[in-house]
Design a protein around this ligand. Sequence first.
Ligand SMILES: [Cu+2]
Length: 265
Amino acid sequence: MSGSSLRRRVAAGALLALPLTFIGATAPASAHDGPHPVKIRLDPLKGSDAHGTATLTPTSSGGLKVHIHTTGMTPGMPHAQHIHGDTSGTHFFCPNDSADKDGSGFISVEEGLKMYGNIHISLTTKGDTSPDSGLAVDRFPVADKNGVLDYTRTISADQLPAGTLDGLHNLHIVQHGVDANGNDKYDLDGSGESTFAKSLGVKGIPAEATDGSTCGMVMPAGGVETGGESTSGVEDGGLIALGSVALLGAGAALLMRRRLAPQAD
Ligand SMILES: [Cu+2]
């Protein structure tokens, strides 16, 4: 073998080795063995001190196991909770304090939807998990007397919107229900009436029942949070919020009124 041929071989070997090393170091294992579980830290939204964790685990049969554990929730009350956003790549995010445009001290549904996106999955305890069940408070988990909420449900493959498992990193979890006046229940004295429920034609629902309590961004293992606000995401948000109001429907809100409106006794 001539010297120049050897050098060419060594050079070619080095060129091959470089990209292989690069791929080995950076390619996610999930490229070949399906989506991995993601763990989400649920942080308090403005005015809330609830927090916790959620774990989303894709099942071998194409479903999604959801486990949520939060503390500091309104005790004894149901908490609507959803996976928000979509899997098309639109950039959604958890709203920070500045999202409280009306100065209520909390993030209302209207304020939040522009940021965390539409309802993708309703995390109910049984039955339907579509956006139609967004306010089905009789099927949302109830926090215990200490304000601890523990929720586990496996959503079957046929109930998951197409692309959910591959698009987990675009999604968020939002829990609702706060206790503005610290009396351990939702009432109109706390934070007034829910303008969101009212917009659906249902009066008398406490804003405490629909204001956001926690939000968590879904990040793949080893993923880096990019942060920042996408202008297009915000602009899209207005339209998406309108769509969501229509999706939730007056029927769901009526259910909510039955469950949450102050009882005459
Ligand atoms: Cu929600």
